[in-house]
Design a protein around this ligand. Structure first.
Ligand SMILES: [Zn+2]
Length: 307
């Protein structure tokens, strides 16, 4: 550590300038590393269910700092011109993250994203925000999540009329017009999770399960149903304690994800793997994807992976 007290004013100012440049360069290096980790899905290998979780927990950034870094990195991958803007200081990490979120939300094509990048380059954060809000076609969303106590969190959201009508419907169906909002949401979400987990169907078209399902369905006539018996599902669910069962072979870290869990065969059903506790695992989406890549190869899985 340098003894700054002995520095002249000129030296202190020039050293500070250099430190700021170093910090910008270091941010860029970090984003490049994150991009490669994301491409290799190394966060999943290390037992994290998302890149954001890896940045937050393994690299120990706060939740919002992790969000900014992941958002900025994704924009940098999509629009490589972001690199020089970051390097020159015309874009900060925060404004890049905001721009990245806007580009994703609006689903802008690369050329539109580059035009927007040029427009906000060099502008202060508040000005960038004004430009993005003015160009936003999506309805304004204000959401706040604030921890009140270790056990309680306050969530503030804006809702539309349809949402309120659904709330009322849940209250009617539960037969309790005075039901608290927390209980309404909890009941609706529990119902959703129960249904999803019962079906074990892929969530969206782009989930990596699709080729597994497609491949496995073609085997149904010769190898029996791919439907996993309810008792076996319950057994695996109890074994996993409704938590992703992936364990990083290097660090022994077990994934902490409890959402979007799916049953998967260690040896694919399509390749003769049967329904047995030993051949079934309960994985989150990230680890289901990782397993599919290991089984079928990156090239075959690429069309199903999120860009
Ligand atoms: Zn997982």
């Amino acid at each position: 550590m340098k003894n700054l007290i002995s520095f002249s004013n000129d030296l202190l100012l020039s050293e500070t300038q250099q430190a700021a440049l170093n910090e910008k360069a270091a941010t860029l290096v970090l984003l490049e590393h994150l991009a490669e980790i994301d491409r290799r899905r190394l966060y999943a290998v290390r037992g994290y269910s998302s890149l954001w979780e890896y940045v937050h927990k393994a690299l120990q950034y706060s939740e919002s700092q992790a969000y900014d870094r992941v958002s900025a990195m994704r924009l940098m991958v999509r629009v490589p011109e972001v690199k020089e803007e970051l390097q020159s200081g015309k874009l900060t990490l925060t404004t890049t993250a905001k721009l990245g979120a806007h580009v994703r939300r609006e689903n802008l094509r690369p050329e539109a994203a580059i035009a927007l990048l040029r427009e906000v380059s060099g502008k202060p954060s508040r000005e960038v925000e004004r430009v993005l809000v003015a160009q936003s076609t999506a309805p304004r969303k204000i959401e706040q999540v604030k921890a009140i106590t270790p056990e309680r969190t306050r969530i503030t959201i804006e809702v539309d009329r349809e949402f309120l009508e659904l709330v009322q419907k849940v209250k009617d169906l539960k037969g309790n017009p005075a039901l608290a909002h927390q209980d309404v949401f909890k009941a609706a979400m529990q119902e959703f999770v129960k249904r999803r987990e019962r079906t074990c169907a892929p969530e969206v078209k782009t989930t990596p399960s699709k080729p597994l399902v497609v491949a496995e369905q073609s085997q149904q006539t010769t190898m029996g149903s791919r439907y996993i018996p309810a008792g076996l599902r319950s057994f695996v669910r109890m074994r996993s304690n409704d938590r992703c069962e992936y364990v990083d072979p290097a660090t022994r870290r077990r994934c902490e994800s409890k959402s979007g869990l799916q049953f998967e065969h260690c040896k694919p059903f399509a390749k003769g793997g049967g329904h047995s506790p030993e051949n079934l695992r309960h994985y989150c989406k990230a680890h289901n994807t990782l397993a599919a890549i290991e089984q079928y190869g990156r090239a075959k899985m690429q069309p199903y992976l999120r860009l």
